[in-house]
Design a protein around this ligand. Structure first.
Ligand code: CP
Length: 302
């Protein structure tokens, strides 16, 4: 996506956010003739509900699909599921799936719009957009901003989308991770690589801390949770040691006291060396997803 398109989308999200902050906000129902299927084959709290809220504000009807309770349990395939929902006159799919490439695959078998709400360890574009929105709102611009993405990069769809989006908007991106949790192509992504957390945070203006994917942690990627936390966990002691003010983001859900300490996760204002944007990111997620839906699906005659 070109920089100007991302910027236009973030500008629109800014307009929505301003209005969302007013009592009982009302929006032109530009999606009132649209029916949007929220198709979640994997669990989600933030993404699913923020898309749902965004659809409601813009007047769209929604179909909410979760794999549990559906005919997936009887063996129905992803493509058959999508075709059957399409037969109910759906205009767009918001799809989360455990397989990398699932959204691209579905976009190839339907004429309807497909929005990737996270596919395996591939991409999570709307999360990156809301992260970038949050950074841009705080710092005023992203050009030249130094952002370190910290933790389990290898299994993170959020990391990949953020690398592409941030670099497109002129930010400098660093990755800080144990060597076993860095993707094989990390050296070709145009990022600065760190294995020392203190050096990484001394360099960065902001950190996007990633969830350690505990479901995979037993696969020999890290020696133990304690060691991971002691080398790569972001906490007050580290920030105080290097006297570094850092804006802290995390896509959620968080593993408290593993990749991020309670103090750092919960500190939304001074005093202290960090400022947590975790809940602000969630608030921003609604505005950003409204902007995405409006840009892709708005009925110009509404
Ligand atoms: N950040 C994120 O994708 O959270 P959910 O899994 O709760 O949607």
């Amino acid at each position: 996506m070109p920089a100007e398109d991302i910027s236009a989308l973030l500008d629109l999200a800014g307009v929505f956010k301003k209005k969302l902050a007013t009592p009982a906000p009302e929006f032109t129902p530009t999606l009132r003739r649209r029916r949007i299927a929220l198709v979640f084959f994997e669990n989600s709290t933030r993404t699913r509900f923020s898309f749902d809220v965004a659809c409601r504000y813009l007047g769209a009807g929604t179909l909410s699909f979760t794999a549990s309770g559906s005919s997936v349990s009887k063996g129905e395939t992803l493509s058959d599921t999508i075709r059957n929902l399409e037969a109910m006159q759906v205009d767009a799919f918001v799809l989360r799936h455990a397989s990398s490439g699932a959204a691209g695959f579905i976009a190839g078998i339907t004429e309807k719009s497909v929005i990737n709400a996270g596919d395996g360890s591939h991409e999570h574009p709307t999360q990156a957009l809301l992260d970038i929105f949050t950074l841009r709102e705080h710092f005023g611009a992203t050009d030249g901003l130094k952002v370190v993405i910290l933790g389990d990069v290898q299994h993170s769809r959020v990391a990949r989308s953020n690398i592409f989006g941030l670099q497109t908007l002129g930010a400098k991106v660093g990755l800080c991770s144990p060597a076993t949790l860095l993707p094989n192509d990390a050296g070709h992504l145009g990022v600065r690589l760190f294995t020392d957390l203190d050096r990484a945070i001394a360099w960065a203006d902001a950190a996007i801390v990633l969830r350690l994917q505990l479901e995979r942690a037993t696969g020999g990627f890290i020696p133990s949770l304690e060691e991971y936390s002691s080398h790569f966990g972001l906490n007050d002691e580290r920030l105080e040691k290097i006297r570094k003010h850092l804006l802290v983001l995390h896509p959620g859900p968080i593993n408290r006291e593993i990749e991020i300490s309670n103090n750092v996760a919960d500190r939304i204002q001074p005093p202290g060396y960090s400022r947590s944007m975790l809940l602000e990111q969630v608030t921003n997620g609604v505005a950003v997803r409204m902007a995405v839906l409006q840009t892709i699906l708005a009925d110009k005659t509404a």
